[in-house]
Ligand binder design. Structure first.
Ligand SMILES: C[S@@+](CC[C@H](N)C(=O)[O-])C[C@H]1O[C@@H](n2cnc3c(N)ncnc32)[C@H](O)[C@@H]1O
Length: 232
């Protein structure tokens, strides 16, 4: 039986991989990379290209649809878990690569649950990665929290009311998955006077990185899926 690795590859910059992640990626027999849209490249796979050898390693790109419809998600998770288990049981080590950290809002969390339930004999090792939040704060040179301050992370998909309450309660609010609710978030920040306390970061660690602090620029921007906001 070979080991299954969940490898956090960081936000998109190959230099932000840990040495352990690089070592595992060089030795794994199979690399499994997630993609939400088959027409687009896997960000995790693009991040690790220079560490893998396609002539020796098997690269599998597996689609996980970007939806909250569990009747479409569960089969995709189940299929990926079965694929991982089949390779590991046949003696091939598998590295499932994930952007940021594998246990932080990652598809790997669902796979881990299925693997533990249905293939409890598998050896699973998780390699942490630098999350997009830490990378974004570094690029903006923005301290996230200090002293007694508290920070909350909210996937904006949780809804505008949750964000409103968080802004009233915590010293730092980090919003992930801002794209679907972006106009409503901008409006809320404007009406609560947070225009000068907001940083918007898109595609951190990639050549397409954008760090915006000017609120009028933020408000007129159309964010892509890999965007977050830090509000102090
Ligand atoms: C499913 S979560 C994945 C989080 C990831 N596991 C991590 O540790 O950063 C996806 C959300 O993370 C944020 N994100 C991930 N990568 C990013 C990047 N390179 N730049 C900006 N935001 C990013 C975005 O808010 C995106 O909608």
């Amino acid at each position: 039986m070979a080991t299954v690795y969940a490898v956090g590859v960081g936000p998109g910059d190959p230099e932000l991989l840990t040495r352990k992640a690089e070592r595992i990626l060089r030795i794994a027999d199979v690399i499994l990379a997630p993609v939400s849209n088959p027409a687009e490249a896997s960000v995790a796979l693009e991040t690790i290209r220079e560490f893998i050898d396609e002539s020796r390693q098997e690269i599998i790109v597996h689609q996980f649809p970007m939806t909250s419809d569990r009747s479409r998600l569960i089969p995709a998770w189940q299929e990926a878990a079965a694929l991982i288990a089949a390779h590991a049981e046949a003696g091939r080590s598998v590295a499932f690569v994930t952007i940021g950290d594998p246990l932080f809002y990652s598809t790997f969390i669902y796979l881990l649950r299925i693997l533990r339930e249905q293939w409890p004999q598998l050896l699973i090792e998780i390699i942490p990665g630098i999350s997009s939040i830490n990378a974004a704060a570094s690029e903006a040179a923005l301290p996230l929290v200090e002293g007694d301050e508290r920070m909350v992370v909210i996937p904006a998909t949780a809804g505008i009311e949750q964000i409103k309450t968080a802004l009233e309660t915590y010293e730092t609010v980090v919003l992930l998955k801002v794209k679907p609710l972006f106009p409503a978030i901008v409006e809320l920040l404007r009406t609560t006077g947070r225009e000068h306390a907001t940083v918007f970061v898109e595609r951190v660690g990639s050549p397409r990185q954008k760090v915006l602090t000017d609120f009028s620029e933020i408000a007129s921007h159309s964010p892509d899926y890999l965007s977050l906001m830090i509000i102090k």
